[in-house]
Design a protein around this ligand. Sequence first.
Ligand code: SF4
Length: 325
Amino acid sequence: MRNISKIAAARLTGRGGAEFPTAFKWLAVAKAKLEKFDRPAYIICNATEGEPGVFKDKHILRYFPGEVINGIRIALEELGAEKAYIYVQRKDLNTIKKRLTPFIKKLPIRFFAEDGGYLCGEETTLLEQMEGRRPEPRLRPPFPTEHGLHGCPTLVNNVETFYYISQIVKDEYRHTRFYCLSGAIRNPGVFELPIDLTIAEVLKKTKNIPRCKFFLQVGGGAAGEILLPDETNRPLKGAGAIIVYDRAKTKPQELMTRWIEFFFKSNCGKCAPCREGLYRLREELKKAKPDWLMMRAILETMRDASFCALGKSVYTPMLGLLEKV
Ligand code: SF4
């Protein structure tokens, strides 16, 4: 448990977007493994990353594959797990496999590739697909930490989280995170910077202060929150994306259509508020004059009644754009 104490002391939170304290998750798996001593435990490294504006995991897998494998190795040993899987999108399998295989050596780490898409970033959806079922989220509890892959205790962490676990255990963690910057800026890309920088400081340090009148979308790509320039004096939350939009060149209805098309293609169809809500929003946005009041009511229903985070999260960017831009 020495490494779990180190992770707790570093206050590491999951870097997939949910920001759940990593040490709690590891402890929950360790506890479940003691209770279900006759069952194996599994580790899953989630490398699906399917949202527009979020591309840090690909960067980490490209430049720091050894760190990621070391993080997975630490989890295997600390939790006494039988096997680890790296879950990747099928189109990325060959590239990622080529980069990581030299570091895997004799470790029990396997690749699992599917055409999962954005929704498989959600850990129970990922588990459903790995067990051969339709990719849709499970009801929780039970949580994957106690009832995960094939009913066994399972730790699901993101690529960036494993990268930082490796640093923490080696006493090299400097409280940084990866930021993905894109949009109407001069210097887009992935940057590793202190976690407590404000969004304004991140733009400044990366030489990306926009020259135009702008607004931002921060956190998780298409699901990210809309901010005006005077709201950037706070640290970034979520999956690390900062997308800058030029106000003069951005048509709100077109931007909303792009988001809704993305969510429409990504939703699993399991629950009516999200499935039907996205269909209605899509139809409304095709009109020259959408009924914004009705769209607002649909978005509120989706936020309050959708089964999982995908349906709930559509409200945030859409309302932000409607009210602020
Ligand atoms: S909210 Fe959307 S993605 Fe989530 S279960 Fe319902 S239909 Fe599927």
